[in-house]
Ligand binder design. Structure first.
Ligand code: SF4
Ligand code: SF4
Length: 162
């Protein structure tokens, strides 16, 4: 009997308390700044080109095989404006298969990909859940701006210290 009253008390408390859920997508919960979201591609503002060379290392290490990456010759390298001889051509991530493990970020030798705080890229079709190169740059550039991330600053610093 006491147990029943106690559980009824919990139910009443919850009924009268403030809801912890919201009507999504009309309403959004403010998440922690440290919230882990999707991987995004970074943009090299110094040269105004992608930081990704399309080397496919991330694709090979991705445990869920959710990435498709190809490269092409970099026209800016031919003009002598970039040291990247190759540049990313196709870069797709099947977001519904990404487990946010961060391995792609760990293995990238060019600091070209980063885990962001993006998490709302839902769609009702499977095709709509594929983040294309342009989507990954859109999210990446916005994330870079908000987080103050400059591509190459870490390697520049290492060179200065050497
Ligand atoms: S994100 Fe990094 S590892 Fe992946 S293809 Fe681009 S440069 Fe290579
Ligand atoms: S976070 Fe993990 S699962 Fe997602 S794309 Fe990167 S390596 Fe693949």
């Amino acid at each position: 009997m006491i147990g029943l009253l106690k559980s009824l008390g919990v139910t009443l408390k919850r009924m009268l308390g403030k809801p912890v859920t919201v009507q999504y997508p009309q309403q959004h919960i403010t998440l922690s700044k440290r919230n882990l979201g999707f991987p995004v591609l970074l943009w090299d503002d110094k040269i105004n080109e992608p930081a990704c060379t399309g080397c496919q290392v991330c694709m090979r290490y991705c445990p869920t095989e959710c990435m498709t990456v190809t490269m092409k010759d970099n026209p800016l390298a031919k003009e002598g404006k970039s040291t990247r001889k190759k540049i990313v051509d196709v870069f797709d991530i099947k977001m519904e298969r990404c487990i946010l493990c961060g391995i792609c970020v760990e293995v990238c030798n060019f600091d070209a990909i980063l885990m962001s705080d993006y998490h709302e890229e839902g769609d009702i079709s499977r095709g709509g859940l594929i983040a294309k190169r342009e989507d990954l740059f859109r999210m990446g550039r916005d994330f870079q701006k908000r987080a103050g991330i400059v591509v190459g600053s870490a390697s520049d610093k290492k060179e200065e210290e050497a």
